[in-house]
Design a binder for this molecule. Structure first.
Ligand SMILES: Cc1cc2nc3c(=O)[nH]c(=O)nc-3n(C[C@H](O)[C@H](O)[C@H](O)COP(=O)(O)OP(=O)(O)OC[C@H]3O[C@@H](n4cnc5c(N)ncnc54)[C@H](O)[C@@H]3O)c2cc1C
Length: 464
């Protein structure tokens, strides 16, 4: 909990983006005494952390799970007195479907992971050694920050996850354990990512067997934060201009909003379109940001189905990476049995190529007919979910770019002689931290800290 600084009460801050990063920044700034207004383009707050309902189908706008290791997110949960709302899911696992049958994959690695079929003896021995090495790395890495893995080995930023796992643990561990999880939960192929996410999070997973959901829905945290803030939803910002004395937001309705400072907490690939006259450092950062896309089809089913979650091993025919049966649970707001089908990364690419982003069902319906007899007869509702920007891609080299960008932001904020106005804006979001809720949250905290330092220095600068 921050203490209120009376010198900040006259300072106006505009926060663009009411996802968890922007709301965390806004909350921390307000807590310190600043006068904060938050803008979001959508009708509801939360961005990729929210709850959606279409007819009787309920689903998430993004995140479904809270991992126990998230430091910034857990701080926020404690501040909002929401600890009791965390619902534990012990030993969450999926059945991985492979050409050789099915095997169990646990989301949080444990000694049982050693029982995965198809690994050589050498690979099993390497897994044990790796688990010990990862445990040793725990105190060096911060799961809120992917780039904290650079402290373990700077080369991890230039190594693909696929190469790292193949070399450290062997090809069967990659194909049977790591790849299915990354494809099914993150929609990434391991050759597209650096090893930073893995090495910054896995040390904190060892010895943990429980993840959480949130009673009342994942959107609850953002709604609670928004209820304590001045938030304007359905108010897209078109342009963010800065000058020596402040910032001006051009809003989509043609009006403007002036403030002393701004926090830009929109998805990284949109930040570049917002900021007027970007600097070289900003352009370099925006050019490096990429997102993967996610396609999900949610089906409402008239027949009861047992709970089930399948991950598909890469190379199997089919376009579904994650298949989940969710029994109806009216008390929890889910009146229908639901089937969740998440497309493989390749099928998402197909959808874009064929212009089927709004009609993904046609890509997977035959597969479902083959899986469930009488499928068409029992489907009572279908909802298409296409998320063009699911997660920022920490591809090889991206970590160094993120670190350099934060250095640039923080040096700029501390530099009391800057007159160009660049120090008026600070950026945050999962694209500058870690592709997780807690990463987004940590980046919001860090942006607020940087801005507060600047604002506290400002009256002194003006007086000098
Ligand atoms: C399908 C999916 C599953 C996930 N699963 C998990 C999980 O289980 N656990 C986990 O920890 N993380 C998960 N994540 C990641 C997590 O959801 C994100 O890292 C986090 O929510 C990102 O928060 P953010 O505030 O950085 O961005 P966002 O939530 O994207 O917020 C950005 C906000 O900016 C707004 N905006 C954009 N442009 C403008 C504009 N011009 N004017 C005004 N507002 C604008 C947007 O409307 C949005 O609300 C998942 C993500 C997805 C998509």
């Amino acid at each position: 909990m921050q203490t209120m600084d009376p010198s900040l009460s006259g300072q106006r801050v505009a926060v663009i983006g009411a996802g968890i990063a922007g709301l965390t920044a806004a909350y921390r700034l307000k807590e310190a005494g600043a006068n904060v207004t938050v803008f979001d383009a959508q009708d509801v707050v939360g961005g990729r952390m929210g709850d959606r309902r279409t007819g009787d189908l309920v689903y998430n706008s993004g995140a479904r799970l809270v991992y126990p290791f998230g430091r910034a997110f857990n701080r926020l949960i404690a501040d909002l007195a929401l600890q009791d709302a965390l619902v534990p899911l012990h030993r969450l696992s999926a059945q991985c479907v492979s050409p050789h049958g099915e095997h169990t994959i646990e989301l949080m690695p444990s000694p049982r992971s050693l029982a995965a079929p198809g690994l050589s003896l050498t690979e099993r021995v390497k897994l044990v050694a790796h688990a010990l090495a990862m445990r040793g790395a725990k105190r060096h890495v911060d799961p809120d920050w992917a780039t904290s893995a650079l402290r373990v080995d700077p080369a991890l930023d230039d190594t693909t996850l696929a190469a790292y796992i193949r070399e450290t643990l062997g090809p069967n561990v990659l194909a049977r354990m790591v790849e299915p999880v990354f494809r099914a939960t993150r929609s990434f192929n391991p050759e597209t990512l650096s090893a930073l996410f893995y090495v910054s999070t896995v040390p904190h997973m060892i010895g943990e067997s429980t993840v959480h959901t949130l009673k009342g829905g994942m959107g609850r945290v953002c709604q609670m934060l928004a209820s304590r803030l001045d938030v304007r939803t359905a108010t897209p910002v078109r342009k963010l201009r800065r000058h020596a004395d402040g910032v001006e937001l051009a809003l989509a309705d043609g009006t403007t909003f002036s403030a002393d400072h701004a926090v830009c907490a929109v998805e990284g690939s949109l930040a570049g379109t917002l900021i007027d006259a970007p600097t070289r450092e900003e352009r370099q950062m925006f050019d490096a940001v990429r997102y993967n896309a996610l396609g999900v089809v949610h089906y409402g089913f008239s027949q009861p189905l047992p709970p089930r979650m399948n991950f598909a091993m890469r190379g199997l025919p089919g376009r579904i990476a994650t298949y989940q049966q969710l029994p109806a649970a009216p008390a929890q707001g889910r009146p229908l049995t639901q089937i969740y089908c998440q497309l493989t990364p390749e099928a998402a690419d197909d959808a874009v190529r064929q212009g089927l982003e709004d009609n993904l069902d046609v890509l997977i319906r035959d597969e479902l007919r083959a899986r469930i007899p009488g499928f068409d007869r029992h489907v009572v509702q279908v909802t298409n979910q296409w998320i063009a920007r699911k997660l920022p891609v920490f591809s090889p080299g991206y970590g160094a770019r993120v670190d350099a960008f934060w250095r640039w932001q923080e040096v700029g904020m501390n530099n009391a002689n800057t007159e160009s106005g660049t120090e008026r804006v600070v950026y945050c979001g999962d694209w500058l931290s870690q592709a997780l809720l807690t990463g987004a949250c940590a980046s919001g905290e860090r942006a607020a800290r940087a801005l507060l330092g600047r604002m506290q220095a400002e009256p002194a600068r003006l007086a000098a």
